[in-house]
Design a protein around this ligand. Structure first.
Ligand code: PLP
Length: 353
């Protein structure tokens, strides 16, 4: 029997209203992995969990919102969807559009999209348009298009995206039998922290949760408009999925942090990369660089003694590391060439063990 996607599992809680058809790739129900080696390596006295949303059908959390947005669009008669994207929204929109049999159009910041994400959109049959500008400029263009063409925007300014993304919080609570003490996320366009916080509050409203978590959001230092208090014209970071200078859900992120007693802070690219490599090497979890911003932030705050002893901390890992193979290949570990005869192979093994 199919386990179903998030719409099948959470139904009315997502507040989507009647849908016909439901467009699903059985997204959600992703692993919540407890850290053993990384906490030991970093001497953290917390119980740390990774919500690995890279295990979704298109390998990022975007699928949670996309099943909702595309189902709603198609139920309302849409024939085509459009989005601006740093890569993952495009991959997800294209996949769900293919599944629904409608057209997809994606606008990407030229030259700043990870290879795997671009390959996905092309494979799923989207019309892929490179824009000579950044994500924020691509989104501004997208907003003009529905006036001229019969297109539904599936960026997170589409409220159904946020509704679907609430499901990550539901899953964490279901699995932990309650709320974590802290929930950390990377912040780009800020839809996910907004949605996750809303999900926790929704679960509290319907009596499935008593105490709410403290929300922590982390922006990349070169793309930290919320922390810096003003839009960033030319955001820069190696974490391309959060390379955003003027987040659409800015207010939602600020509210999530302030209403929960949490914070939005920034982490440097060096800290992001340290967390990225550490996660793969010590836990066997390969997440993309932007995903590692949540862990980088938790490590940074842990060093200041922020977390009480043994508290439960969840880090959302937003996307799969395979999406950005170019970044991964900068890792220190290199392939060792041999001539192929047994002696030369054994020599390598001797040195490795
Ligand atoms: C979209 C995305 C983010 C940022 O999420 P927002 O909702 O825009 O804040 C972070 N990491 C990855 C991998 C993403 O795809």
């Amino acid at each position: 029997m199919s386990r179903g996607g998030i719409i099948e599992r959470y139904g009315d809680l997502l507040e989507l209203g009647p849908l016909d058809p439901v467009i699903s790739l059985e997204e959600g129900d992703t692993p919540l992995i407890q850290s053993h080696r990384l906490v030991e390596h970093c001497r953290l006295k917390i119980r740390l969990f990774f919500k690995f949303d890279g295990a979704n059908p298109t390998s990022s959390f975007k699928d949670r919102g996309m099943t909702a947005a595309v189902s709603k669009a198609v139920s309302d008669g849409a024939r085509a969807v459009v989005c601006a994207s740093t890569g993952n929204t495009a991959a997800s929109a294209s996949a769900y559009a293919a599944r629904a049999g409608v057209k997809s159009l994606v606008l990407l910041p030229g030259g700043n999209v990870a290879l795997g994400k671009l390959a996905q959109s092309l494979m799923y049959g989207a019309t892929v348009v490179a824009v000579d500008g950044n994500f924020d400029q691509a989104l501004e263009a997208v907003k003009q298009l529905p006036d001229r063409f019969p297109l539904t925007i599936v960026n997170s300014i589409n409220p159904n995206r946020i509704k679907g993304q609430m499901s990550a919080a539901f899953e964490v609570v279901d699995e932990l039998n309650g709320s974590p003490d802290f929930h950390a996320l990377p912040v780009g366009n800020a839809g996910n922290i907004t949605a996750t916080w809303r999900g926790y509050r929704k679960y509290q409203q319907v009596g499935k949760l008593r105490r709410l978590p403290i929300m922590l959001g982390f922006q990349a230092a070169g793309a930290a408009p919320i922390v810096d208090g003003h839009p960033i014209e030319s955001p820069e970071t190696i974490a391309t999925a959060i390379r955003i200078g003027n987040p659409a859900s800015w207010q939602g992120a600020v509210e999530a942090a302030s209403d929960s007693g949490g914070h939005i802070e920034k982490v440097t690219d060096e800290e992001i990369l340290e967390a990225y490599f550490l996660l793969a090497k010590t836990e066997g979890i390969f997440a993309e660089p932007a995903s590692a911003a949540s862990l980088a932030g938790v490590l940074k705050k842990a060093r200041t003694g922020y977390f009480p002893f043994e508290t439960r901390v969840v880090c959302t890992l937003t996307g799969n590391g395979l999406k950005d193979p170019d970044r991964a290949m900068t890792v220190e570990t290199k392939m060792i060439e041999t001539s192929g005869d047994l002696d030369s192979i054994c020599k390598v093994i001797e040195e490795a063990l």
